[in-house]
Write a protein of this length. Sequence first.
Length: 320
Amino acid sequence: INKINQKLKDGQTFFSFEFFPPRTEEGVENLFERLDRMVAYGPIFCDITWGAGGSTADVTLDIATRMQNQVCVETMMHLTCTNMPVEKLESALLEVKKAGVHNILALRGDPPKGQDKFEAVEGGFSCALDLVKYIRKEFGDLFGICVAGYPEAHPDGIVDDPELMEQNYWADIAYLKQKVEAGGELIITQLFYNTDIFLKFVEDCRSVGITVPILPGIMPIMTYGGFKRMTGFCKTKVPADILEAVEAIKDNDEAVKNFGVDLGVRMCRRLLDAGVPGVHMYTLNLERSAVGILERLGLIDTARVPKPLPWRHVPTGTAR
Ligand code: FAD
């Protein structure tokens, strides 16, 4: 079975890992060393992002090919419409097809640097829906297609006026349904820190007839700066108790990391108890937080890993 949504059907609780393409060749080799270890834990799939504006197209294609064929893990490649005329999308899809990668996360992408509004490049698409339709039309059922979901609505629709916010939220869900009807078989969500918001989103999606699996995107808090940057960029609502706890330890990197693992464990437990089928970890190419959370949830057995975990051998109190 190559398609992720088919793999999910066996009903076991699962997890998956997301990575991004490193900037340097050395970074790529380090990533593969890490991937070898992390794949031994048994993620149901791993995915590799498409750099903003298509900036990493070649590296992403290369990494996806190696992940599928050398690391031998079911691989999903992200693909965005930003700066991608249809011929470029086609050649990227033909390349992954040749490489045996059968899963694509179809995205619109953010506007190119320096632009606030997304505009289709000449000969390109203006939204993820068009890309999903295109993939189905040109490649039939060859690819498993995943699409992005936003439990707090897409940042473009996040406004102060509560009435308008509610309208935008439901418009986003209606649009998500179109992406699913056009061929999206799986939804991965944007990061969030309020599990109630995610669970309500799933319920709301179900209420309009979206039946495909919805995987929560979990981004462990790893550094104070990264947490502030990402939640600011995505306009994430951070519950007051979490924000206060992080602010109180913001100058202690190790304490922030540990808090991130504790919080990740609590969030995932709540989601799994509520019937969520699995969790999608935004690893940021690091293993300690994602693996630490899964280990504490009992979803992985670190004894299965062939190489020792590096942080286990670091004297206590020393940050990696
Ligand atoms: P779309 O699904 O097209 O939607 C964007 C917004 O526009 C929504 O609010 C939607 O409701 C509205 N909209 C668009 N078209 C219509 C329409 N026809 N009718 C009504 N409403 C419409 N970015 C990267 O650059 N590379 C990545 O690898 C990447 N991976 C991501 C992975 C996940 C899981 C997520 C959640 C996001 C990822 N992003 C990535 C970010 C993403 O590209 C941005 O959030 C982007 O702004 C929107 O992409 P989308 O596919 O969700 O867009």
